[in-house]
Design a protein around this ligand. Sequence first.
Ligand code: NAD
Length: 366
Amino acid sequence: MSLFNEITTYGHEQVVFCSDKKTGLRAIIAIHNTSLGPSLGGTRMWNYATDTLAITDVLRLSRGMTYKAAVSGLNLGGGKGVIIGNPNTDKTDELFRAYGRFVDSLGGRYITAEDVGTNVHDMEIVHQETKHVTGIDQAFKDSGDPSPLTALGVYYGMKACMKEMTGSDSLAGKRVAMQGAGNVASALCNYLAKEEAKIFITDIYSHKAQSVAAMTGATVVQPHDIYELHSDIFCPCALGAVLNERTIPVLKAKIIAGAANNQLADEHSHGAMLIDHGILYAPDYVINAGGLIGVANQLDGNSYETAKKQIESIYETLRNIFSISKEKKVSTHVAANHLAEQRLEQGKRPVGKISYSGNHVVAHIA
Ligand code: NAD
């Protein structure tokens, strides 16, 4: 991999390699674009098989955050962090403190939060070393974890897809194949169960799928069976690149609407392949923006209700993207990029600055 070629192709501003011998920390922070505001994005902890996989992940994820903030109308840029390690066995407070010092060294160009493999507790440890961290306050009624709001956005997004495909946005009786039974999936299953959707769920840790099933009446299936399952909606809520040459042809669902980032292994060829298979795809960074919208509202001091209202608008944003896709005869992913790039060209809305109150980030977002 030629790192500078990758960075230039994707348009990143800065990539930071972080190593701390004492704690065993090996992390990468990528800042993609700060033209709309400071870069914000979670920190993922994952046992990457190679360093190259970790680099590719952080580059793609950070770029996705730029597009997500832009399409959601927020005055924030895109960034992301990855910590290389097993989240079940390699976590120590010292490791997260060392990571926090690296975040701090960026002086606010990167603000972090939770992602796959990290939780509110980890971010509280990071916060001992830096104020450039969010998703930890109690400003909203829950723990500060953005997952429930991400789930709410995915729920509205699923309804927008159903409306597009059937003319009605009801999910009652619809069969949803849920990949992953983590933070977002479990909150999402509660909404789906309330609406009497029929949920099938899987996780590589079967106890996680079983615990969501016990709460919501979902049926547990094996990880390799989830793609071919007879379902209306495939809902990826685990890791990225799950939509590829191998999976798209065997998918039974005609709607893909889920929280995972970077679902398309290749944005262009697989976006087009989905059209060929008559599958409606809700672009990942649009449908999973609920958590980010929540954090932006939290930073701005807005109420939970204001955040929820803004998250509801994911429904209309997706409807707009579907109509651009039809009109321009492009994939829904390309249509979403088009909207995001328009926003990046327009630049920041008039009032958009981040300041600090005590030890916390406060954003003033118009
Ligand atoms: P999580 O770590 O709580 O859950 C992910 C789950 O997926 C885990 O239980 C893991 O065991 C499971 N998993 C991994 N590989 C799998 C596989 N091949 N098959 C089945 N299950 C598998 O993470 P989360 O916070 O729920 O996030 C889920 C996805 O949504 C991630 O891609 C994340 O980047 C994305 N996302 C999350 C948020 C948020 O607010 N948490 C916001 C936007 C996007």
